[in-house]
Design a protein around this ligand. Sequence first.
Ligand SMILES: NC(=O)c1ccc[n+]([C@@H]2O[C@H](COP(=O)([O-])OP(=O)(O)OC[C@H]3O[C@@H](n4cnc5c(N)ncnc54)[C@H](O)[C@@H]3O)[C@@H](O)[C@H]2O)c1
Ligand SMILES: O=C(O)C(=O)C[C@@H](O)[C@H](O)[C@H](O)COP(=O)(O)O
Ligand SMILES: [Zn+2]
Length: 354
Amino acid sequence: MKTLNVNLPGRSYDILMERGLLSRAGELCRAALPKASRLFVVTDSTVGPLYLNRIIPALENTGFETAICEIPAGEASKCVEQLSRLWECMMDFGLTRTDAVVALGGGVVGDLAGFAAATILRGVDFVQIPTTLLAQVDSSVGGKVAIDLQHGKNLAGAFWQPRLVLMDPAVLGTLDDKTFADGMAEVIKYGCIRDAAFLFWLEQHPSRQEIMADIEHVLYTCCDIKRSVVVEDERDTGARMVLNFGHTLGHAYELAGHYQTWTHGQAVAAGMVKAAELGVAMGITPAGLPERIGVLLGCFGLPVFIPCTHADYAAAIGLDKKGAGDSISVILLEEAGKAAAHLMPKAKLLEELK
Ligand SMILES: NC(=O)c1ccc[n+]([C@@H]2O[C@H](COP(=O)([O-])OP(=O)(O)OC[C@H]3O[C@@H](n4cnc5c(N)ncnc54)[C@H](O)[C@@H]3O)[C@@H](O)[C@H]2O)c1
Ligand SMILES: O=C(O)C(=O)C[C@@H](O)[C@H](O)[C@H](O)COP(=O)(O)O
Ligand SMILES: [Zn+2]
């Protein structure tokens, strides 16, 4: 089993990766949650029918009492109505402060269940069991939990670290190609921002089949980068901002498509290419890098361009959490494998996007 530790003071936790780990969820949750007797399992309408029959017996066989809450699959569930439904169901179940929440699903389930855990009874423990590639390489690690508001993406949330992250790469076998590709957008992001050798390795393995043949290497590399960045800057005030490469513009594309036309992974893909082009125009990113990233994204069927109005760009820039007054930190590539935040006036960024 591969293990990484997210070493944060008072809330350090392990990320465990191994094929077949789902069946060992009971013993592993028991070790991480010694005081818990009840586990509130949140999943979605696609993942539940696929994997609950393995998780629930594993949890109950180690003495946990469980309740299940299934949300409709999809981004629309990252909303205040589903959050409130989870809160009420947790109270129906009799959840106490020593109990815990289990998020079994993709980034939507993890973000929503994590925020419910952060807020119910002023905070209970939670465990992430990510089932998409995106959730395994990114959203299950680092403690950003949130829901979307009508104004925009992830606008109500918290920093609330899980007690344990359990990754079973075997579950990726049931993903459709489009959802697998969404995860590849974030995988490619890690190569762009922190690891030129990994970016090169991805270029030598440009298909789902080749990635899956070495999936433990991919999960470990991405989670190790995320772990190191989060440990340096848990609250996203400096170093962590590089994880947002492609996201300011990506969130604009998600907003422009009302969170239905473009998935998060697709929007981030196009956002990374646009941010790289912006970097070239500003003399920060080497020429040719946007095309290089675009070719790799294209190998997985990800979009390299998404049309967006000036008004949608303006709205997303105004809501971006990297904003400070009239300025915003824009994440640009200084070379392949090296990203940095550049503070600039929001008006100048908007001008550059014209
Ligand atoms: N918290 C963070 O740090 C962070 C990081 C990146 C993304 N996110 C958020 O994550 C969300 C996107 O996550 P996502 O791409 O996992 O989307 P998702 O959770 O909507 O999952 C995508 C689809 O795959 C299905 N699915 C999940 N696991 C499956 C499996 N093993 N087999 C078959 N189908 C499966 C789901 O039911 C859903 O229909 C966005 O809301 C994004 O903002 C958060
Ligand atoms: O963990 C982070 O930090 C990230 O920025 C990871 C992103 O991939 C993720 O999409 C995150 O949810 C974006 O957060 P936000 O602060 O831009 O809402
Ligand atoms: Zn993201």
